[in-house]
Every structure is written in C-alpha cells, then in structure tokens.
Design a protein around this ligand. Structure first.
Ligand code: GRF
Length: 213
C-alpha cells in the first residue's frame, strides 16, 4: 500500500454496503481515497471509511420528490465535494440520479458502476464475446431484470457519467454468465466480484493517465 505517496485523489459516493469502496481502500496503488460521501446514515460504507481513517460525510435526502429540496441537497453534495476537490468521483452503489447541472459541474470527473453490460454507443443491445445479442439493461434493477429476462449472460460496466443515465462512454466492462441456479443474491455477488476488480483497474488507469500528463 502506497497511499501516503499518492497524488491522485478519489471521492466515493455510496448508498449501501460499500464492498467496492473496500476494494479501493485495500488497493490505493497510485491514488488515495480522500472522502466517502453517503446519502444515508446507515450506509455500511461509512463504517468502512471510518475504519480506514478516511473522511466521511453524510448528506441525507429527506424528500426526494420535492424538487426544491432536491436541488438544495445536490448543492450541499457539490459543496462538500468542492472542499476536497478530488481528481475523480466514483459512484459506487450510489442510488441517486443527479441532475445535468450537477454532472456538468464535475464534468469528466465522475465514473459510475453499473451491474449490467452497457454498450459503447447509447444503443439498446450489447453483443457478448460469445456472439449473443443481449438487451442493454439500464436503471436501478439491473440484476433482477437480467434474471427476469432469462439472459444467458450479464455483467458489469464502469462508465463516465453524463446527463443521460447509464449511457456515458464505457471505461471497462466484464461479462458474467447467468447460471440456472442463480437468484438475485448469488448473481449479484458474482457480478460484484467482477465489479471490485474492474473499479480498481479503472481508477489505477485514470490515476496513471493523469500523473503522466
Ligand atoms: C454494485 O453492484 C453497483 O454496481 C451497484 O450497487 C452495487 C454496490 O455494491 N450500483 P457495494 O455497496 O459496493 O457492495
């Protein structure tokens, strides 16, 4: 672990368990996780961050449907991020869709993890390595939908965040076969194993790119 020498800084946004955050915390090869921000106080990822002595902030969103409050909440999230001014913001199980205004403010600095295969172009299908055409599954229920649609293969994607949800340029993806015995929990866990590997790979690569500039 070389965290104390790393220059490239990363903030992680999360809403839940934070096993992907843990993978980043355990790695910190050529980057440093400087902030973990959650939208709910019971997100276990906050505990992981505290155990690793990383700054944690919780900015809860009480009434998500109230547009005015939502805007104010987004401004608070942005203000916290501005304090740490990270080189990269990783949405790792962040269950909130952010406005175009927020995304443009952090232009080209936000990546998202999505537990399904997303194509390179904003199209509706994806061609697997085995030549199968599967639908691009977007949205918050990607694992459940892969099972519901009886897909032979699903996977995970890391992509840049743009104002259109789950369509930004792809940085990395991995395929995961769906087994006949799978339920949502077993399939999601196998996908997450790949996601943890991918997110570390992507952050290392982006950190290397920036420090080579
Ligand atoms: C991942 O599957 C991610 O793609 C999805 O939420 C999950 C987060 O897992 N958006 P964890 O909280 O990092 O364990």
């Amino acid at each position: 672990m070389k965290a104390e020498h790393a220059q490239f800084t990363v903030a992680v946004l999360l809403s839940g368990s934070g096993s992907n955050l843990q993978a980043l915390l355990d790695d910190q090869h050529n980057y440093r996780v400087v902030l973990v921000l959650a939208d709910r106080a019971d997100a276990y990822g906050l505990q992981r961050a505290l155990s690793a002595n990383v700054a944690t902030v919780c900015v809860p969103l009480d009434q998500p449907k109230d547009q005015e409050r939502r805007r104010a909440w987004e401004d608070q999230v942005a203000a916290v991020l501005d304090v740490w001014a990270p080189d990269l913001i990783v949405m790792a199980g962040w269950m909130r869709v952010m406005s175009a205004r927020f995304i443009e403010r952090f232009n080209q600095r936000i990546v998202n993890q999505h537990p399904a295969l997303l194509p390179d172009e904003p199209q509706d299908t994806y061609l697997t390595a085995g030549g199968q055409i599967v639908p691009a599954i977007r949205g918050a229920h990607a694992v459940r939908d892969a099972l519901r649609l009886h897909l032979p293969v699903t996977g995970c994607t890391v992509h840049w965040v743009t104002p259109v949800v789950d369509t930004g340029p792809v940085l990395a993806r991995a395929e995961v076969p769906v087994l006949p015995s799978d339920d949502q929990a077993t399939l999601h866990e196998r996908i997450k194993t790949e996601e943890r590997r991918l997110i570390v790979q992507v952050v290392r690569r982006l950190a290397r790119k920036q420090t080579q500039r």
